[in-house]
Design a protein around this ligand. Structure first.
Ligand SMILES: NC(=O)c1ccc[n+]([C@@H]2O[C@H](COP(=O)([O-])OP(=O)(O)OC[C@H]3O[C@@H](n4cnc5c(N)ncnc54)[C@H](O)[C@@H]3O)[C@@H](O)[C@H]2O)c1
Length: 336
């Protein structure tokens, strides 16, 4: 196959980004159809890029000129979109999270194993970010000894009104959960959330912000994740891995150093789309390249399942502050 024909479900913020990316930047792929329950949004995106609008995700997944699916709709609809794509034998790129419950993630894992072929990639784009990849390479080189701790922070200037306390895990920390799992290649065994005094910029009865999350792994690595989504100053992603023989820190996005008015300063990123734009491009190109060869190589449905089980444990701890066990079971041979 020289070109893969893609259907995109959901034309909201990231759906529009991915359609434009597939249209303008990615080689070997062409979007043929989109759908959205918000017909106006689907029509706007379709007319901008000359695409067809399908009435719903069922007809889009079934369409003869759709070889592969990109899922960018609301989280609770991901499971159906992915399961239906698997049942049609079509490769599917699903934005994180894979599904909103561990049970649905397990159903997807079971369906993919039953299909006998990897069809699912989860949109954990950090794994394609240059800085994360550099850290991964350094850890894997063995030159720094074993990882012992990780300090992560995920800060947004502000969030939408419907973002509640659980979103801090399911929508935000889910990226750190997957990224650190991948970086240190170790299984999570317990989770805890400690909640400090909330910022004046939130309604703590609805969204407790910030939150301090702690994960432990089977080999004893301790990971802390600060989620602070009303930090006001920008979009700031931090990751530092403390190893026996050195410390590895995620590089900052690069902006010029400015000297003016007796100050030496630089700017900070404010937009998640710009912060990870290269990672999204590389991620999507990798998915397309693999799909053209009839393969899927990126983050797996099992990775999506592990993230969901870990997220559930963190959310359980949000109300009690207690340490909650994480039991995922061993990785199926299919995903090794
Ligand atoms: N990887 C990342 O960094 C990243 C960043 C942003 C969003 N996301 C994920 O992408 C998904 C979309 O996020 P968003 O920010 O674009 O949200 P959004 O609200 O802007 O867009 C979601 C769209 O899905 C549509 N939709 C809902 N149900 C549908 C259905 N049954 N069929 C078709 N369309 C449907 C909505 O009408 C809306 O247009 C979410 O799962 C989110 O977690 C991932």
């Amino acid at each position: 196959m020289e070109e893969i024909r893609i259907g995109v479900i959901g034309t909201g913020a990231i759906g529009q980004e991915h359609v434009a990316r597939l249209h303008n930047t990615i080689a070997g792929a062409r979007v043929t159809a989109v759908c959205d329950i918000n017909t106006e949004s689907a029509l706007t995106v379709a007319s901008k890029h000359g695409l067809r609008v399908e009435p719903n995700m069922d007809s889009l997944i079934a369409a003869n000129d759709v070889d592969a699916i990109v899922v960018c709709c609301y989280d609770p609809v991901h499971a159906k979109a992915v399961l239906d794509s698997i049942s049609k034998g079509k490769p599917v790129f699903c934005e994180k999270p894979l599904a909103t419950t561990r049970q649905d993630c397990k159903k997807i894992v079971d369906a993919e194993i039953a299909a006998g072929k990897r069809l699912v990639q989860v949109g954990f784009q950090r794994r394609y970010d240059k800085g994360y990849l550099q850290i991964k390479e350094l850890i894997d080189s063995g030159d720094f000894g074993r990882p012992l701790m990780a300090h992560c922070a995920h800060r947004n200037a502000s969030v939408a009104d419907n973002y509640d306390t659980t979103y801090a895990v399911y929508s935000t920390a889910i990226h750190e959960i997957d990224a650190v799992h991948w970086l240190i290649d170790d299984e999570y065994v317990s989770a805890q959330v400690i909640i400090p005094s909330s910022t004046k910029y939130t309604r703590p009865d609805f969204l407790k912000d910030p939150q301090f999350m702690i994960l432990r792994t089977a080999k004893g690595v301790l990971i802390d994740i600060e989620v602070f989504v009303n930090c006001r100053y920008g979009y700031d992603i931090q990751c530092e891995i403390i190893c026996e023989d050195g410390i590895l820190k995620l590089p900052e996005p690069s902006f010029p150093m400015v000297r003016k008015n007796e100050r030496l300063s630089t700017r900070l990123e404010t937009d998640w789309k710009r912060r990870f734009i290269e990672a999204y491009d590389v991620e999507m190109q990798d998915w397309v390249n693999s799909a053209l060869k009839g393969e899927v190589n990126g983050p797996t449905a099992w990775d999506g399942y592990v993230a969901a089980v870990t997220a559930d444990a963190l959310v359980r701890s949000q109300t009690t502050g207690e340490v909650v066990d994480i039991i995922t079971g061993s990785t199926p041979d299919f995903y090794k």
